[in-house]
Design a binder for this molecule. Structure first.
Ligand SMILES: C[S@@+](CC[C@H](N)C(=O)[O-])C[C@H]1O[C@@H](n2cnc3c(N)ncnc32)[C@H](O)[C@@H]1O
Length: 272
């Protein structure tokens, strides 16, 4: 295991070896985008001999993530059923029995993928949200709003029932509360954001999750860091990030992205 000191901590190593080194109740949010189990055409998604082995492995890392999560924190877990595999449905059912269910977010990828001949084109992924043990979790609903179009704003302002048009405009310009269906276009091959990871998530999506669940200075844990999307978002929003990734090439990719982010924002971190 190598720890790279860049202010945040990025661990190159196996999730089950690194997680036990993190203290109890020390992170505000977990953003876990684990291997899906035979969905991606990559070796890291085909490590388990069957579904049972994958589920047994999931139970272990998920329990560790819930141990390190603060009681008022949230744990987001990405997943999607594959063409033949529906293991994420079992995973959700098991995790909801072992831990506290908070929500199920649908990430609407806007554009479909992997056209199938015998069913509709898949266009979403699921994000299971578990909560720590506290009565109340920290959740900043106000920070994730969907803007109204100028046309809608004009129509609403023309409604004579509202006596205070200035207050009404102010209210409308804030946008409406987001629903638990989050439309964020997935990254295409030509996207400027793409750095070469087959399962790279859009910064805009991870940014929404971090904004709704943390405050400045809080710690975000990503146990499957991949290309470093969560670390870049954390850096941008002034959160601390603990990232874990097994593959050295992806670790280098993540580090390069963070270095670039730091350079763009002209911040100075130790080690750069
Ligand atoms: C779905 S991808 C994460 C992509 C990431 N969210 C991004 O935006 O780039 C899952 C990652 O988990 C890593 N991984 C697989 N098994 C692991 C393990 N046992 N420990 C740590 N990382 C692992 C893979 O190398 C892969 O990069």
């Amino acid at each position: 295991m190598t720890t790279l000191d860049i202010g945040d901590s990025l661990h190159r190593g196996d999730v089950l070896k690194v997680l036990p080194t993190i203290p109890d109740a020390s992170v505000q949010v977990v953003i876990a985008d684990p291997p899906y189990f035979r969905v991606a055409e990559a070796d890291w998604d085909r490590q388990w001999k069957n579904q049972e082995a994958y589920l047994a492995w999931t139970r272990l890392w998920a329990a560790e993530c819930m141990r390190v999560l603060r009681p008022d924190g949230l744990c987001f877990i990405f997943g999607q059923p594959g063409k033949r595999e529906h293991v994420f449905l079992h995973l959700m059912s098991e995790l909801c029995r072992a831990h506290q269910f908070h929500d199920l977010i649908i990430w609407d990828r806007v554009v479909g993928y992997n056209e199938r001949r015998d069913s509709l084109t898949p266009a979403y992924e699921m994000i299971l949200v578990l909560r720590g043990g506290a009565q109340e979790v920290r959740f900043y609903k106000d920070r994730v709003r969907t803007p109204y179009s100028p046309e809608i704003i004009r129509t609403y302002l023309a409604d004579k029932r509202y006596k205070d048009p200035v207050a009404r405009r102010e209210h409308l310009e804030k946008g409406k509360f987001a629903t638990n269906i989050l439309p964020v276009p997935s990254l295409k091959g030509i996207s400027k954001e793409k750095v070469g990871h087959p399962s790279q998530k859009p910064l805009a999506l991870i940014e929404k999750l971090v904004l709704m669940s943390t405050g400045e200075g809080d710690t975000v844990l990503d146990p499957f860091l991949g290309s470093g999307t969560t670390a870049v978002v954390a850096q941008r929003l002034g959160r601390r990030c603990i990232g874990i990734e097994k593959d050295p090439a992806y670790c280098r990719m993540a580090l390069a992205r963070i270095q670039n982010e730091v350079a763009v924002h002209r911040k100075k971190l130790p080690g750069f």
